[in-house]
Design a protein around this ligand. Structure first.
Ligand SMILES: NC(=O)C1=CN([C@@H]2O[C@H](COP(=O)(O)OP(=O)(O)OC[C@H]3O[C@@H](n4cnc5c(N)ncnc54)[C@H](OP(=O)(O)O)[C@@H]3O)[C@@H](O)[C@H]2O)C=CC1
Ligand SMILES: C[C@H](O)[C@@H]1OC(=O)[C@H](O)[C@@H]1O
Length: 253
């Protein structure tokens, strides 16, 4: 039990990596507050799973692109659970599109959700942790895409590089408060975000062949690394980025 007696907040947790993290954290003894955007039924079922593990769970709806959502999420989660020990910034979108005719709305929405949303959320969580005066841990879900490009992800990869960079600067800004800031860099994880893209069998086989461990990732593959970085086992780790990609990044030939 790595998070016994702690509270953990996670954004974008009605599905995918966020949901696996929320449930994994509850399994490790944490009470959990989740943010989500639209899927009420999935958010409710995530909370039901957390409660079935004997932990407190609360779901708070909101669009992370709206700066007010961050203050609202942190305030309501603190009211429900008492405090914020761990914050996981996870919510994100990746509407695949070509570069030369990228619609302005798609570019701006992706930046607002993935990068602006991360900034507002991390800032709101950090303010609560500073107020509590006992430090804390922040983990952001960046991506292997912070390090490498994607033909149909020219609007997305800069946001993931931005989230990675945000954690590095926040680690410096918040170290004096005992708040650690790290990121995980997932490779290709099968979730709703890429189910259409990977429905193309050729693309899916190509991605699988690039991965030394021989399979695409599952949301649970991220829960362990995130919980480790959030836990006291990582007490001297801050400003770090952990690739969780089955070895895809190092596979040149
Ligand atoms: N899957 C992958 O291969 C990889 C994913 N990542 C990153 O992991 C993170 C999670 O992605 P993944 O689990 O795959 O995606 P999913 O599509 O499975 O889940 C996305 C989650 O984010 C929520 N969300 C989307 N937009 C908003 C918003 N505006 N405000 C609040 N919540 C929102 C969704 O809520 P709802 O459904 O209720 O609308 C959902 O809970 C993203 O940041 C992504 O960039 C990084 C590398 C690889
Ligand atoms: C959504 C993509 O399949 C996924 O997102 C990322 O960040 C990874 O790099 C993959 O491209």
């Amino acid at each position: 039990m790595l998070l016994e007696g702690k509270t953990l907040l996670v954004t974008g947790a009605s599905a995918g990596i966020g949901r696996a993290t929320a449930i994994g954290a509850a399994r490790h003894g944490a009470d959990v507050a989740i943010n989500f955007h639209s899927d009420d039924a999935s958010a409710a079922s995530c909370i039901a799973e957390i409660e079935s593990l004997g932990r407190k769970g609360v779901a708070i709806k909101g669009d992370v692109a709206d700066p007010d959502t961050a203050k609202d999420f942190v305030a309501r989660a603190t009211e429900a659970l008492g405090r914020v020990d761990v914050f996981v910034n996870n919510a994100g979108i990746c509407p695949f599109h070509a570069f030369l005719d990228m619609p302005v709305e798609t570019l701006e929405r992706t930046f607002r959700v993935n990068l602006h949303g991360a900034y507002y959320m991390v800032q709101a969580a950090a303010n609560q942790m500073v107020k509590q005066g006992q430090g804390g841990a922040i983990v952001a879900v960046s991506s292997i895409s912070a390090l490498v490009g994607g033909e149909f992800q020219t609007h997305y990869t800069p946001t993931k590089a931005g989230v990675h960079s945000l954690m590095q600067s926040a680690a410096i800004a918040l170290g004096k408060h005992g708040i650690r800031c790290n990121s995980v860099l997932p490779g290709t994880i099968l979730t709703d975000i890429n189910k259409d893209d990977l429905a193309d069998e050729g693309k899916r086989n190509y991605m699988e062949k690039r991965i030394p461990l021989g399979r695409l990732g599952a949301p649970d593959d991220l829960a362990g690394p995130i919980i480790f970085l959030a836990s006291d086992l990582a007490a001297y780790v801050t400003g770090a980025a952990l690739l969780v990609d089955g070895g895809m990044f190092v596979n040149l030939q």
